[in-house]
Structures are given as C-alpha cells and as structure tokens.
Design a protein around this ligand. Structure first.
Ligand SMILES: *[C@@H]1O[C@H](CO)[C@@H](O)[C@H](O)[C@H]1NC(C)=O
Ligand SMILES: *[C@@H]1O[C@H](CO)[C@@H](O)[C@H](O)[C@H]1NC(C)=O
Ligand SMILES: *[C@@H]1O[C@H](CO)[C@@H](O)[C@H](O)[C@H]1NC(C)=O
Length: 204
C-alpha cells in the first residue's frame, strides 16, 4: 500500500466537468479502484463502518459512520439526490439508514497545499452540518454506465481519493479508510495510502 504516485490523474478538471455530471441516481454501489489492481487487488466495495469512538467521547451512538473498505461492515448503498448522497439499507444493528445519513467529508489535516479529509455518513437529524450537496457522478471511461464520484471544488483546486490503512478505530478489526484529498500544485504523499478512484454504475 506504499505509493509515490501523485493524484493528479484523478484531478477534477473543467474538461471532465463539462461532460454532464449526474446529480441524482438510486441504489448505488461504489467500487474503489486502485491504480494498480494487478499487484494491489480490488476492486473493493465501499462499506459503512460504525464509528465506535463516538460514544466513548460523549457523542450519541450511531451519530456517524466511517466510509472505507472493511469486510466486516455492511456494504454502502447510496442514493444521490440533488447532489446529496443518502445512505440506503440497514446498519450493523438493524437501524435503517434511509434519508437519515448523508455522505460528508471532514477536515483531517492541512499540510501546505494539500488538505486531507476523512469520509463518513452522518445523521443529519442529529446534526444538520453533515449535509453536503456537492457530490456529482461524472462519466468515466468510454462506458455509458460507468461514473466516477467527485466533489465540486472551486476553480483551481484539484481533488482525488486515497485508500489508507486505518490508523484509528482499528481495535475493532483492521480496515482501510477512504480519504478525500484537495490540493494545488503537487500533493503531499502519505505512506500506507494508495491513490484510488471511486466508481459506480448508473443504469437508468
Ligand atoms: C430504504 O431504501 C430502499 C431502496 O429505496 C428500500 O428498498 C427500503 O425499503 C428502504 N428502507 C426503509 C426502512 O425505508
Ligand atoms: C438520528 O438522530 C436522531 C436525532 O438525534 C435520533 O432520534 C435517531 O435515532 C438517529 N438515528 C439513528 C439511526 O440512530
Ligand atoms: C503551492 O501552491 C502555490 C500557489 O498555487 C504554488 O505556487 C506552489 O508551487 C505550490 N507548491 C507545491 C509544492 O505544489
């Protein structure tokens, strides 16, 4: 999982944006594609992992979930509606996700021109600041049904995804967290992270 490549190939350029992004779609399963599937494996389905840490620091149980690759957690099923990704389906303890949890990014670390964000699903009934309507699916490859998950950014800011061997919340089993990265110029590289794309299939 040690990687020195830069994420610029994942950059959200105006060229990609011009190609009709999708802002609404139903029943989405997301695949994480590593740049080198041959040696590193994959694709992997994204999963929704309970943030076990929250109750320990005084936040309500099920306030939010991590998003990443985790064979012990339920698969992420998403519903994109007007730029918001709602989680669909059933959580680890049988709680329905529908309409309650939305995909959000949360500032993790700011390092020069590179900003790292964790990715999760937050309960918007409990905390409305989880709501983020900046998500889009942009056509990827020459395939009419393949789309890439991107977040809108101000002009001149590039962005991409990384999959990182999680160094937090790992006492409940190993997993990899999905990290969102924005940058200008050359992004900072991190050990134990791999540049990835997040793709889904839209069939309507
Ligand atoms: C959640 O959404 C899915 C897909 O639309 C639907 O099949 C399911 O019945 C919904 N569950 C609840 C609890 O609303
Ligand atoms: C979401 O938050 C609301 C308000 O705090 C709470 O009533 C509800 O039980 C939470 N949903 C889940 C699935 O925990
Ligand atoms: C950081 O951004 C500034 C302004 O965009 C640019 O001049 C500089 O080259 C960048 N540094 C790196 C390391 O990319």
């Amino acid at each position: 999982m040690f990687c020195k490549r830069i994420v610029s190939v994942l950059a959200l350029t105006t060229g990609i944006l011009a190609a009709t992004p999708v802002t609404s779609a139903d029943g989405l399963i997301f695949n994480v594609l590593l740049a080198n599937q041959a040696t590193a494996g994959g694709p992997f389905d994204l999963a929704v992992r309970l943030n076990e840490y929250n109750p320990l620091i005084g936040f309500p149980t099920y306030l939010d979930f991590y998003v990443g690759v985790d064979s012990n957690s339920p698969k992420l099923v998403g519903n994109l509606e007007s730029g918001v990704i709602y989680s669909q389906g059933i959580g680890p303890n049988g709680e329905p996700y529908n309409d309650t949890y939305t995909l959000y990014i949360n500032l993790q670390e700011d390092l020069g021109n590179t900003t790292l964000y964790t990715t999760g699903f937050g309960n918007i009934t409990a905390d409305a600041t989880f709501l983020d309507n900046g998500w889009q699916l942009t056509p990827s490859g020459g395939d009419a049904t393949s789309y890439e998950l991107v977040h809108s950014q101000p002009d001149g800011i590039l962005s991409g995804w990384r999959l990182c061997v999680a160094d937090f919340d790992s006492e409940y089993g190993p997993w990899s967290n999905l990290q969102y990265v924005t940058y200008t110029g050359t992004p900072e590289e991190y050990p134990y992270c791999e540049d990835v794309t997040v793709q889904t299939t839209v069939t309507s």
